[in-house]
Design a protein around this ligand. Structure first.
Ligand code: ATP
Ligand code: MG
Length: 238
């Protein structure tokens, strides 16, 4: 077993909450309502993974499985400049795979192993983990099948993280009233559909301006707690 490494989020507050950053060989789930900052955090993690280790990165390539077409190169450029990185070099190291449906998403996660033969991928992001599954498996009758597929998918992701000593981070949009917004009677507040497999779960909620409150939920060994982060033009910070 390779020794666990940690990736900075760009926010000292959030890194501290996580005991130093996002851990390799486990899955970290960011969940929260629309606009809570999940995608911004994913983009920031992608940039940060290319940073040298002494600056909290892995000096590595990144794979993003993008299910909602929300990858924005312009944001990568802004965030890279702020970190003093060459934006073109950073963009070349971020491999974006667009997933057209849940089946394709599962396939892309399986194929990630092939990409890692060619590139040193230490960060695998899925944004959003749940959107395709939610829209394709609606109603009570299909929940068991959806859950089974999601579990298998998460297992594949975790396997990639273990073999490559990589960080896995995923997003999951939830609403305060999931019963109304997703027509999903089994999703409790907090969106528990991925909760069992994700080792670290961070609930994001909106605050004033670019501020967001990040809360660590059900961690196996870290204390539960919350902190404030800032979303800005330059990226995620305190
Ligand atoms: P969804 O569930 O809809 O995917 P999300 O949680 O992914 O939502 P984000 O897209 O990460 O939400 O967050 C959007 C927010 O990020 C904006 O409301 C704004 O506060 C902030 N943001 C995005 N781009 C910038 C920017 N260039 N400068 C400053 N803040 C920005
Ligand atoms: Mg998003």
């Amino acid at each position: 077993r390779k020794s666990i490494k940690k990736l900075t989020t760009g926010s000292k507050n959030l890194d501290d909450l996580l005991g130093g950053g996002l851990e390799t060989q486990s899955i970290t789930e960011f969940f929260g309502e629309f606009g809570s900052g999940k995608t911004q955090i994913m983009l920031q993690l992608a940039v940060n993974s290319t940073l040298p280790e002494e600056n909290g990165g892995f000096d590595s390539d990144v794979l993003i499985i993008d299910t909602e077409n929300t990858f924005r190169p312009e944001r990568i450029i802004q965030m890279s400049k702020y970190k003093g990185l060459d934006p073109d070099t950073v963009l070349k190291r971020i491999h974006v795979a667009r997933a057209y449906n849940s089946h394709h998403q599962i396939l892309l996660a399986e194929k990630a192993a092939d990409l890692s033969k060619e590139f040193d991928i230490k960060l695998l992001l899925v944004d959003s983990l749940t959107s395709h599954f939610r829209s394709e498996y609606m109603g009570r009758g299909s929940l068991a099948e959806r859950q089974q597929l999601l579990n298998r998918h998460m297992h594949d992701l975790l396997k990639f993280g273990t073999i490559n000593n990589a960080v896995i981070a995923v997003t999951n949009q939830v609403s305060a009233r999931p019963d109304i917004f997703f027509g999903d009677p089994m999703t409790p507040i907090g969106g528990n559909i991925v909760g069992h497999t994700a080792t670290f779960r961070i609930y994001l909620r909106k605050s004033k301006g670019g501020k967001r409150i990040a809360r660590l939920i059900d961690s196996p060994y870290l204390p539960e707690g919350e902190t404030v982060i800032q979303l800005s033009e330059d990226g995620i910070m305190d």
